[in-house]
Structure formats: structure tokens, C-alpha cells
Design a protein around this ligand. Sequence first.
Ligand code: ASP
Ligand code: MG
Length: 592
Amino acid sequence: MALIVQKFGGTSVADSKKILAAARKAIRAQQQGNQVVMVVSAMGHSTDELIDLAHQITDRPEAREMDMLLSTGEQVSVALMAMAIHSLGHKAVSLTGAQIGIRTDSKHTKARIRSISTDRVQRLLDAGNIVIAAGFQGIDEDFNVTTLGRGGSDTTAVALAAVLRADSCEIYTDVDGVYTTDPRLLPEARRVQQICYDEMLELASLGSGVMHNRSIEFAKKFGVPIHVRSSFSDVAGSMIVAVAESDESPVCGAALMKDEARVSVLGVPDVPGTSLEVFSRIANRNISVDMIVQNVGENGKADLSFTVPRNELRSTLEAAREAAHVLGAEEVNSDENVAKVSVVGLGMAKQSGVANRMFRAMADANVNIQMISTSEIKISVLVERDAALNALRACHETYQLHKEPATRNPAPPAGITSNDAASVASRLSGLNMEELAIDDISLDVSQARITMRGVPDTPGIAAVVFDEVAAAGVFVDMIVQSCNGREGQTSLSFTVPQDKLEKGLSVAKQLAERFKCQGVTSSPKIAKLSVSGVGLRSHTGVAIRTFGALADAGINVEMINTSEVRVNVVVDGKFGNEALRRLQAAFADVLH
Ligand code: ASP
Ligand code: MG
């Protein structure tokens, strides 16, 4: 008999009528011959209301008591859901996280799942019940109630689907699927039939709020197919699976993060350990850093720029100033009037000319690009906030995201389809289901770096540079443009195959002259190290571990980019092997 997990979010259980409608969906699925587990969120805005209540009592409620309080929201909805099913003449049992045996660590309000026991749920299912599980909660070793972080019911649902080896995990929500971009921002956004885990992970972390990020990590790790669909209509929805929708388009979606701030630490001595000094102080304040861009040093000094959520700017600046003081850096500046626009796609690594298409679209829309960071699966640019929506529209248009793909990849079969069932089983039997998992650490010594310094900070430059480099037949891998807050002072670095260095350099030199840049430098032999796996960004500290390991070995980081599934760093080619050994040692405990 097939087993289905159905998750209903807060808006899908907001009142008694909606609870009854959800109950009917579950009953229907059971009548079609499935065993059904429901995972239910708190009703409507009740979690917000509980948080509000706590803050009426104190500014600083203890996290343990917060969890005790917030978990009641889901306890209300599971009980009502069970009653709804009973009233419709069917068997159902509601269970809290503790009753199921969802064990977590003790990090209250953001606990991670360690293990889930399936015995009780399976017994109840076998006896003909619909099992209704409270989302978002668990218990730690000492039976303290914990919660998984806002939106955590998605994670409960996917985790339960994984341990129960469900045939499908349906996420019922107030939108009818996953879109190429937020349809509230761009009405031309298209609902996709299918998207792959890595793409969804990137889009989710870039602010496309369909699902809790950690739930997608679970799905990827354990091969759970997810079906996102509307509670209120019968639209087919979207599948989140291991295979992308189509191999045609290099890009599957675009996202906008409106409330970003840029921070730059200027004139940092260009020696090992400086990034670590800055980012460990920021991480200690629990702030997640994004778009880290370090320009290659000149005269022994480097500039470091990065973005943080705008509401974290104050405390980030505190941390950055402390670090600047310790390091003897020249200046810290910031800009809170910026937004980040990104495009995501698994296919971009396999095609050339993907990034310059985006830069060209920005240029045509007269949008100035302040910073660029590219990785194998996404390209992000930082732009002025007022230009952000135009920039997003230009991206969506240039990759024709509104159009249905002409050919599609077949949807994978239902059920947990991991080719590697043994590895799934071993991951499941591990003590810690949700721990950081590193799949691979690799070294690439085939590339060289080109850096253009003092590039004018005006629209269209990146478009020209990468159009011309591409026209010369030079394939570009990493691109990093940094902006240091001083007028006209951006710098642009990119990597190319070693045998194309001369060609790339001559194009860069001609352009540098045309644009009156300060100059062009290069490094004929660089080493690119890549750490890939699951949870690289939701587990803060991966970048710190990377920086720390390299700093300990006295190895200077020249370029860096991060995504959900990969952290890339570039160091001097002669340190490649040593850097690889250091990273392997630093991640030995989580390397599979
Ligand atoms: N009720 C929790 C929240 O509002 C968990 C969830 O809805 O997924 O964040
Ligand atoms: Mg929710």
C-alpha cells in the first residue's frame, strides 16, 4: 500500500471550514488506497500571535519557554484535525512531536532533527488511522520541547516522508506551485511543472518563500519527491525532484532580495587570516553573510565586500569595525540602499555565455551593477534598490522564463528514488539526520585569473567585457566584481582556462585602455577548491571552517563564492595540494 504525507500550512487550516476541507483531502487519499500521514501547522497567524503575547510579557523571553509556547499552536490544529476526521466518520489519531519521537538537538527555536522513530506512526497507520502529526516541533534528550524555526512544518513533513519511505510528500499551501519568480512582483512569472532540489534550494535561500529551506535539504539528502500544490484549487502544482524541468534553458528562475546592505572593509593587509577575522566576528553575532567578494590585493592591501540583510547592518558594522581595528584596515563603509537580483539554473554550468546575457540585459535596462558573484548554479548582482524590480524583469525576459520549455525531462517515478538506497539507509541510521553533509572536496588547477582594476562604476561595463571575452572564444568560469564604495572604483576578476590566458588578457588590456581602468593583473596558475554537499549555508560556519583551515596553513584566499550546495575558493596555484589536504582534514567529520 502506498504511503502519502500531506502537509497543510497555516493558511490551509486557518478556520474550521478549512480544517474540514483538509480533512476531506486526507480521507479522499485514504479511500484511494493510501496510508495517509498529515502534518499540520498552527492555524492562520496563531504562531505570530503567540510570539506577540510573549513580547507583551517580556522583551527577552527565554528560548526554552518560547518553544513551550509556540508548540501549542500546532497542538491545537492536530487535535481539531483529528476531530474533523472523526466527524466525517473516519479513524484518526493526533500526535505531538514528542509522541512521535522526533528527537532534536537542544538549540531552542531553531532545533535540528536528529532522529525520528517510525514504530508508533506505522502501527497506527496499519490499524487504519490517518495519523496527524504536529509540525515544527520535537523534543531534545531531556524531553524539553523544541521547535525547528519558523516555517518548520515543511521540514517535519519531508523528514517524516523520508523515514517512512513515503511514496509522495504533498505540500498544500496558499500558492499553487513554484514559479519562475515571485508572481506578485512579475505577473508574467510562470508556474513550473518540475524543478530540481539544488535549484529550489538556491531559490528558497534567495527569498522565494515557497518552502522552508531545510525541508529541501532533507528532500535532497533522502531523495524525497515533493509535490507543492494549492489547498484551494485542483491545479496540478509543481514537483521538486532530482531532475530539472528541461535541459534547454540554462536558467530556471530569478529572485529578488530587496532588503540587503553592502559592507566593505577597505585596505585590509593582504595576508592569510583576514577574512576569518572579519567573518568569525559576524558569525558570532549569528548574522549570515552573503555575496562575499574579495578583490585581489594590490600593494599588499585588499578590499573585502559582502552583503547582509539590511536589518542586521548595525551589528554587522560593529563587528566589521572591531575586525578592521584589529587588522589595521583603512576604512569600513556601507550602503543600505541595495538589493540583490539572482538567476538560478543547473544548466548554466554546461553552457557558455549565460552570465553575459544577464549583464547585457542589465545594461539594456540601464541598471548599474555594483557587485557580481557567480557560482556553478547561480549568478547574483547587487544593484541600487530602486532599480531592482527593473533588473528582475530584465532577467526574466532575457532568459524567456515566461515561456513553457519546448522539451521536458520526464518526471521521475513516485517514491524515494535515490539510486543509492544504501547511502540513504546509512544516512537514516546515522545519529544526526540533519547534520551538515559534505559529499566532495575537489581541486581544479586548470585555470588562471585575470583582474581589471579601477573599472568605471557605470552601467554596461560587465556586458561589454564578457561579450568580448566570449567573442574571443574564452570560456569564463568564476566572475567576481567588487564595489568598495569609492566612486569609480570597482574591480573585476574572472577565471579562464590556462591555455586561454593570453587571449583573455589581450582582450582585458584593450578594454582597460578603452575604459581608462587603472590596469590589468593576472595569475597564470590558480587553484580552485570546491566544497560541495548539503546544508552549506543553513549550517553557518562552513565558510568559517574553510577560511580557518586555509588561514592556519598560511594560505591566502584570493576569490570566493558560496551557494547552498558549494563553496568555491581560489588560492595561488602552488598551494593547491596543501589547501586540499587542509580542507579534507577540516571537514573530515562530515565528509561522506
Ligand atoms: N507555525 C510555525 C510558523 O508559523 C511553523 C509553520 O507554519 O511551518 O512558523
Ligand atoms: Mg507556515
